[in-house]
Design a binder for this molecule. Structure first.
Ligand SMILES: [Zn+2]
Length: 441
C-alpha cells in the first residue's frame, strides 16, 4: 500500500523533508520513504491513498498519561478548594479514583483514546489507578486500546495509601499483566510496572515490587518529586531525598520512567544520569497543580533522557509542546530558551523512550518504523521547510489541524471522522457514567 501526496517530514535520525512525499507500507511497517511520484511510478499496481497536499508527519507520542482522569472533566469539588498539591490529591484524585468501577475505567480510556486519535496521538504510556477496581483494570484498558487501534504501554500505580490489600492487589495486577503482555507480544500493547510515588509507598512494598519486576525483566513507571510533599516525606521518614531513596530501593535504571522530577537537587540529577533513568516532563500539569518547574535544561545538559507527556491533562501533544516551549522561556526569563529543549525532549527523546517498550521505531517515518502517521490540514502562509517546521508547529499547527490518522498502515481517522469508534455513542455513555460517578464522589 502507498500513502502520501503531500509535504512529508520524517523526523528521527534521518530528519528528511520531501516536498511531495509518501511511504510504502507492508505488514504495518514502512518499507520505503520516497517522493510520491517515484513511489507511484515504481508500484503502479499498489493500492494508493493520496493525501492531496496534506502535511504528513509521524504520529504524535505521549510519554505519560492517566486515561482514568477523563471523567473528571468539569467535576464539582463540592466546596473543597485545595491549596497545595497534597490537597489536590486528597480532595480530587484520591477521592475520584476510589469511585471508579471497571466500566468507568473502560469508558475513561475510550474517551482519552478518542481524544488521542483526534489529536494525532498514536502512542501513549499510561499510568492507571482505580483502588476499588484493581484486578482486571489493565485488561479492561487493554481492550479499549485494542478497539482504538493505537499503541499503548500500560501499568497500575501501586500504593500503600489505601492499606495493605489494595497494595497487594496492585502488585499482582502489574505482575500478571506484564507477564500477559509479554506472552501476547503485540506491537500495539506493552506493559511495565507502575508505582504511585515514594510518599505513598513503604519500603516493604518497594522491595516486593522490585522482586516482581526483576523476575519479569521490566522497569517502573513512577511519579518522582512532583510536589514538595514527596521530598518532605522522604526526608522525615527515611532521612534521604526521593531519588536517593528510590535508588537505594532498586527502583531506578534504564527501563524506569521517573515522571516530573521537579524537586530534585544536583546530586539527585547525578543519580538519575548514572542509572540511565528516563524522566518525563509534563509542563501543563505542573502549571495547573502549581507544583513548580522541572530543571529540564540541567537534566538535558547532563545527558538524561527527558521526554514529554500530558499527565492526564489531555491527549494533545501539540498543546503540550507549546506549553513546554512557553514555560522554558517564562521560567528562565530568557526568550532564547525553549527551542532546543522542545526539540530534544519531544523529537529526540520521546522516540528513545518508546524504543524501550516497543521493538520498532515510534515517532519517525523511516524504513522499518511503524507506519504511524498524521496528516495535517495546514496551509502555510509563509515558506515551510525542514529548517522552520518547529516555528510553524509552535506558532500555528495544533490538534485542530489533524485531518487523517494512520496507525500500522490502518486508517483510524479520515477527514476528521473516526472510522472504528462510535464517538457519539461512547461519549453519551461516558456522560451517563460520569453523572453517576460524580454522585458517588
Ligand atoms: Zn501522573
Amino acid at each position: 500500500m502507498l500513502i502520501g501526496g503531500g509535504p512529508l517530514f520524517t523526523f528521527g535520525k534521518e530528519d528528511k523533508f520531501l516536498e511531495n512525499g509518501g511511504v510504502r507500507v507492508e505488514g504495518g511497517l514502512i518499507q520505503e520513504v520516497d517522493s510520491w511520484e517515484q513511489l507511484l511510478k515504481r508500484y503502479p499496481q499498489a493500492e494508493a491513498h493520496d493525501f492531496k497536499g496534506g502535511i504528513i508527519i509521524p504520529g504524535m507520542t505521549c510519554a505519560h498519561h492517566h486515561f482514568y482522569s477523563s471523567l473528571a472533566r468539569g467535576i464539582d469539588l463540592k466546596g473543597r478548594s485545595p491549596k497545595k498539591f497534597g490537597e489536590i490529591l486528597q480532595d480530587l484524585w484520591w477521592r475520584l479514583d476510589k469511585c471508579l468501577t471497571l466500566e468507568d475505567v473502560y469508558y475513561s480510556a475510550k474517551v482519552a483514546l478518542i481524544d488521542g486519535i483526534k489529536c494525532g496521538t498514536t502512542a501513549i504510556l499510561d499510568h492507571h489507578a482505580s483502588p476499588k477496581a484493581i484486578r482486571g483494570s489493565l485488561e479492561t484498558i487493554a481492550q479499549a486500546v485494542r478497539e482504538a487501534g493505537i499503541r499503548a504501554c500500560l501499568c497500575y500505580e501501586v500504593s500503600d495509601r489505601d492499606g495493605p490489600d489494595p497494595a497487594r492487589e496492585g502488585l499482582e495486577e502489574n505482575a500478571e499483566f506484564v507477564a500477559r503482555a509479554k506472552e501476547e507480544n503485540s506491537d500495539y500493547l506493552k506493559a511495565t510496572f507502575g508505582l504511585h510515588a515514594s510518599f505513598t509507598l513503604s519500603d516493604a512494598t518497594l522491595s516486593l515490587a522490585r522482586e516482581l519486576a526483576q523476575k519479569l525483566d521490566t522497569g517502573f513507571h513512577i511519579h518522582v518529586a512532583e510536589g514538595e510533599e514527596d521530598v518532605e516525606n522522604s526526608l522525615n521518614l527515611y532521612g534521604k531525598r526521593v531519588v536517593e531513596r528510590l535508588y537505594d530501593s532498586g527502583i531506578l535504571g534504564g527501563k524506569t520512567l521517573a515522571v516530573h522530577c521537579i524537586h530534585v537537587d544536583d546530586r539527585e540529577i547525578g543519580i538519575l544520569r548514572e542509572t540511565g533513568t528516563m524522566v518525563v516532563h509534563n509542563p501543563s500539569s505542573n502549571m495547573n497543580n502549581a507544583v513548580g518547574y522541572a530543571p529540564i535544561g540541567e537534566m538535558l545538559k547532563k545527558g538524561i533522557i527527558v521526554g514529554l507527556g500530558t499527565d492526564g491533562m489531555s491527549s494533545d501533544m501539540f498543546f503540550e509542546l507549546k506549553t513546554a516551549f512557553l514555560l522554558q522561556k517564562h521560567q528562565s526569563q530568557d526568550p532564547r530558551r525553549g527551542w532546543e529543549e522542545v526539540r530534544r525532549i519531544y523529537f529526540e527523546n520521546n522516540p528513545k523512550i518508546f524504543k524501550k517498550f516497543f521493538p520498532r521505531p515510534v515517532g519517525e517515518l523511516s524504513q522499518g518504523s511503524y507506519a504511524d502517521l498524521v496528516v495535517l490540514d495546514y496551509n502555510p502562509p509563509t515558506p515551510l521547510g525542514k529548517e522552520n517546521f518547529l516555528g510553524h508547529l509552535l506558532f500555528a499547527i495544533g490538534s485542530g489541524s489533524v485531518r487523517d490518522v494512520v496507525v500500522g498502515g490502518r486508517f483510524l481517522m479520515k477527514d476528521r471522522i473516526l472510522l472504528h469508534m462510535d464517538e457519539e455513542k461512547i461519549m453519551a455513555q461516558a456522560r451517563k457514567l460520569a453523572r453517576k460517578l460524580w454522585e458517588r464522589f
